[in-house]
Design a protein around this ligand. Structure first.
Ligand code: C2O
Ligand code: CU
Ligand code: CU
Length: 481
């Protein structure tokens, strides 16, 4: 049975036995890529968005003949894609069928604080939570996942995550692929580690807490080594790094160029040509890939290179037929840039691994702590107070110390920010749009700017390496009127 007990601390459960399953085992690209189904709108008129989600335990067979105990929304692993439109009234009933607390957080959503679904909105075992608010945001690929104190990493690892797509007039108008599951394909990347008996091998040691749990198998939409057939022509992929702590570089095996059209918070001003893209835990990107130049049936592989870990052939893509060369739009939109002069405050955030005392603890793993501004998360402490309607610059530094440097992925709830600079330099074109999560490498200072508008209340900011978050690399900001 699944041991998921307690809150507020990282646990070291033994959920399986034996060595970890090696990635070389069984099942070579013979399963079709699962596409998370669109969640049915219970409002048949379609005017409002009304949904229901069941948080439940399940079972999967990632390796032939071996059962893995999992968690899922309305299913065994991961959850359906929730698709809404800007300005829609959104209602959902979330029923927690687990024997422990969970929450449901809308990652990237501009949302009233009481419906944010962070650690302050627990859904106790056996109960329901019924958010009801208006979607107030432009088209974007967001996602949802649990966020209970000390349990986020473990619950996400076991399968709790899904996509949350917002559409609007702009996304309707743009001449880009938009047939969900056909030429508009969601891809959720997650690495996992398994015990020999098939169970997930989650946090096993303090090393896993400090470095994050790095897996040696890669799942795409919950499948190992899947295969996908696409029509020739232009295909849009919505990429989510849904891993707990890995940073991925994604590329195609033939190094083909693709065009990035959206970042975390929606469309860029214009498509950006790249042949690989880095996504840290929690980040998304939408890309257009031109498969029109395949004269015959062709197989292209999508590769994932895990920083500090393995290289995976994540997905094989078969292209059927020969299509017309598709046109990539020249411009997507005009972006409203927040001027630096609008900011009324500059705040500094130091993400740091500190060593605690020399004495008995020495410099070992147990003597280290992950902090933001020297503090660990305390739900009874408000770390930053921000005036409603104001604009602020946040300077986030990842201080590297010898033997203790690691990347972090800073995420803010409620807002979509813009990156002003990375170590004083203008960010790369694909990072010039709206963002809610940003990779910060050791020794880097990233300056971001954001408006804090519409809603008052308490929200989180934290490292999105989930083992870091659960260990307390998180703080709270309150928007006050
Ligand atoms: Cu994706 Cu605070 O989380
Ligand atoms: Cu979030
Ligand atoms: Cu971190």
């Amino acid at each position: 049975a699944l041991v998921l007990s307690g809150t507020g601390a990282v646990h070291y459960p033994i959920t399986g036995t034996g060595w970890f399953i090696s990635p070389a085992q069984a099942g070579e690209f013979n399963t079709t890529l699962p596409i998370p189904p669109l969640l049915e709108n219970l409002d048949k008129s379609g005017r409002n968005a009304s949904f229901s989600l069941d948080v439940q335990q399940g079972q999967m067979e990632f390796f032939p003949g071996k059962q893995t105990t999992t968690l899922g929304y309305n299913g065994n692993f991961l959850g359906p894609t929730i698709r809404v439109r800007n300005k829609q009234q959104f209602r959902i009933q979330v029923k927690n069928h687990l024997s422990q607390v969970t929450t449901l957080h809308w990652h990237g959503l501009h949302v009233p604080a009481k419906w944010d679904g962070g650690p302050r909105q627990p859904i106790p075992a056996g109960s329901s939570w019924n958010p009801n608010f208006t979607i107030n945001q432009q088209a974007a690929t967001l996602w949802y996942h649990p966020h209970a104190m000390g349990l986020t990493g473990k619950q996400v690892y076991h399968g709790l995550a899904g996509l949350f797509i917002i559409e609007d007039e702009l996304s309707d108008q743009l001449n880009i692929p938009k047939e969900y599951g056909v030429n508009d394909i969601p891809l959720i990347f997650q690495d996992r580690r398994f015990f020999n008996n098939g169970e997930f091998a989650y946090v096993q040691s303090m090393h896993d807490v400090m470095n994050g749990v790095i897996g040696n198998s890669l799942l795409v939409n919950g499948a190992r080594k899947p295969f996908l057939n696409v029509p020739a022509g232009l295909v849009r992929f919505r990429l989510l790094n849904g891993s707990n702590s890995s940073i991925y570089r994604l590329a195609f095996d033939d190094q083909r160029v693709f065009h990035v059209i959206a970042s975390d918070g929606g469309f860029l001003e214009q498509p950006t040509a790249m042949n690989s893209i880095i996504l840290s835990a929690g980040e998304r990107a939408e890309i257009l890939v031109d498969f029109a130049d395949e004269s015959n049936y062709a197989v292209i592989s999508l590769l994932v290179d895990q920083m500090g870990g393995g290289k995976f052939e994540a997905l094989r893509i078969g292209v059927k037929g020969s299509g017309e060369r598709a046109a990539i739009p020249q411009t997507l939109r005009t972006l409203d840039r927040i001027p630096e002069s609008e900011a009324t405050a500059v705040r500094g955030f130091l993400m740091e691994t500190m060593s605690m005392g020399r004495g008995r603890m020495g410099m070992g793993m147990m003597g280290r702590r992950l902090t933001i501004n020297g503090k660990k998360m305390d739900i009874n402490r408000i770390d930053e107070k921000i005036k409603l309607g104001s604009t602020e610059i946040w300077e986030i530094t990842n201080r590297s110390a010898m033997m203790m440097s690691m990347p972090h992925s800073m995420h803010l709830h409620d807002v979509q920010f813009q990156i002003l600079s990375r170590n004083g330099r203008r960010p790369a074109p694909h990072e010039r749009g709206r963002k809610d999560t940003v990779l910060i490498m050791p020794g880097e200072t990233v300056r971001i700017i954001s408006r804090f508008h519409d809603y008052t209340g308490v929200y989180m900011y934290h490292c999105h390496l989930l083992e870091h978050e659960d260990d307390g690399m998180m703080g709270q900001f309150e928007v006050v009127s």
